[in-house]
Ligand binder design. Sequence first.
Ligand code: ATP
Ligand code: MG
Length: 409
Amino acid sequence: MIAPARIDQSWLHSPALQELLALLNSDGGEAKIAGGAVRNSLLGEAIKDVDVATTLIPADVTMRLEEAGHRAIPTGIDHGTVTALIDGETFEVTTLRKDIDTDGRHATVTFGTDWLEDAERRDFTMNALYLEADGTVFDPLGGYGDLMARNVIFIGMAEKRIEEDYLRILRFFRFFAWYGTFRPDAKGLMACTRLKDGLDDLSAERIWQELSRMLAAPDPSRALLWMRQTGVLSKVLPESENWGIDAIHGLVEAEQELGWDADAVLRLMSIIAPMEDKVAGLAERLKLSNKVRDRLIAWAGQESLPKKQSKQEFDAMLYRSNVQAVSDRIRLDCATAIGKNDEKRSTKLAKRLKRIAKWERPELPVRGQDLLDAGMKPGPQIAQTLTRLEEVWIASGFKASREFLLAKV
Ligand code: ATP
Ligand code: MG
């Protein structure tokens, strides 16, 4: 299928982007928009960030930007990437490359000026499309047809491309999750199955980056299924092995029904067992941030809501708990209930989530100083009394006043 000659979309008219392309497309330089922005525009989907490819070397890119009064941040100079900052907008500008040596994890690259070579070192045909400043489409490898058919196809021989960089196995499933349909390309699947052991040598950061992006797709369930089928999932997420990935369906359904944002961490929770030691091991292996690790561990230790619980009991529980963990637990239980068509339970849990959204942690109206002012002597008794008053206050549904509580001292 032949790509349209030209597209016109509002984001292309950004004065900052047009200025950048004009700066690079002069005096012997060439630049085109590349990567995700081109792919998503052709699909009619929202674009995230705009990447620009250029024949100019990073030092020239930097010089041209600075001479025009803009900032150039050396984000990945080794890879030839400079971030251009123009009128508050940022663009990643990467010099055309060709790989001269690849060992499956790192590539030694050399800068080039050949657009076809640049296209051929990219991963999938749908990711090797370019746009000129005026919206003219450049499709050197015929990726447009694959894109329209929603086929994620390796450029060149799948096995060879994976051996150059094993991360491409996970990228295959990530792009399938976002843009694929029906079933993944058979040759790609076979290559991933055969070469999955190469995933063992990838850095944890790169694995989690791809995995979390895959999990953030509108509906990652089919990609997960194929990842399990090929044994790739067990490689990167052995915690999902004895648990199963079926809960993801209920979660995606709940998100759509109740308007929750796609949350990669919540989706991860839905496919692993809530066991603190396992979750801690996973966080360590994938080098998750402290924030994500703490969230996972708190969730693993959080019980489901009892079948019968009054609003007041619920509020008391919230006060004593990690609210994020309670919310995560309820969301997953609600998703399970939706998956089982248990409307009574899912409605009740959805109400609890609304209550959490409005909830502000109340503050005990009595402080240590109040007890000292009331004549108590400094010492451990102060803390003990505060704890006792706190219990009274919680039991009152956080309604007991300061006067009422102080009168108990
Ligand atoms: P998104 O919109 O999700 O950012 P993207 O296509 O821009 O999607 P990136 O990971 O930002 O994805 O990569 C930008 C482009 O760089 C890709 O479209 C692809 O052409 C190329 N690329 C990135 N990583 C690799 C890789 N490991 N091997 C080959 N090409 C890659
Ligand atoms: Mg991108």
